[in-house]
Design a binder for this molecule. Sequence first.
Ligand code: PBG
Length: 324
Amino acid sequence: MFPELRMRRLRSGKIKDMIRETSLTVDDLIHPMFVDETIDSPQQIQSMPGVNRLPMDKIVDDAKEAADLGIPALILFGIPEHKNETGSCAWGEHDVVQRAVKEIKNELGKDMYVITDVCLCEYTDHGHCGVVDFETEEILNDQTLPLLGKTALSHVKAGADMVAPSGMMDGMITAIRSELDRNNFNNIPIMSYAAKYSSEFYGPFRDAADSGCTFGDRSTHQMDPANSDEALREVELDVFEGADILMVKPALSYLDIIYRIKTEFKMPTAAYNVSGEYAMIKAAAQNGWMDEKKVMYESLLSMKRAGADMILTYFAKDMARILK
Ligand code: PBG
């Protein structure tokens, strides 16, 4: 006890580095990219300073820049030229994500691990993550599943290394796993957005991906922020369905969920540091209220400390530059 014991003895000098429990490395980072079929030059996303939507002919440069910084993986989101009721531009061989995957893999091969987000909300004209019954405004779970299977398969055929279904449909991992396996892609892993909350922190992303809903919201299939045991059930189902990596989203307000999932399942766990979390730090920094780099580092480190093995973050390149 004090005064013999003094915690500050190990808080300065080299020993401080030696006893550090958590580390953040460039291998922890996944760089999100928005590829937009409707533009010719990069377009700033207003609510996400420093993040652009990219035209097809700029994505290889961006992926290369990430690779040069040592970032091992990226995740692709597509903004299609045409949207319709079923989101059918999500699964065509020559659609936006499929083309982008091909370009990146052709150029970078094994130097960049390419993950694709699998959801329909960027492709449907109503902005929902699946097929909708307009009478009842219900998002039809079971009718959506084969479309997710088709979409995932088309990404993998284009060369994606891993698919990441984000639509929170029940049974989506089974639907995708079986479609991939039927086509002999049994070595392609699935990163499930397993515990994805119905969160206001996605606001800026919906600008970025032009995926806002024209009516209703996502609260009938995404999780209630009040629940934590339910997240374990969601994850358990995905584990049984064959998910290889479990994701928690958002991250900062859900560190307890990351911790519980890592502790309970001991599986590879990802945290999605979402658009709103990024925007808050950017806005505060622009006002001179916080030091952007320090807050970025501290918040990413907190996700690692909670148990995340990897982090999807719009800060990936900035963080990688500092780590370098
Ligand atoms: C759905 C998807 C969303 C995000 C990633 N995938 C949006 C949503 O559920 O509305 C959000 C990412 C972020 O906010 O950074 N395709």
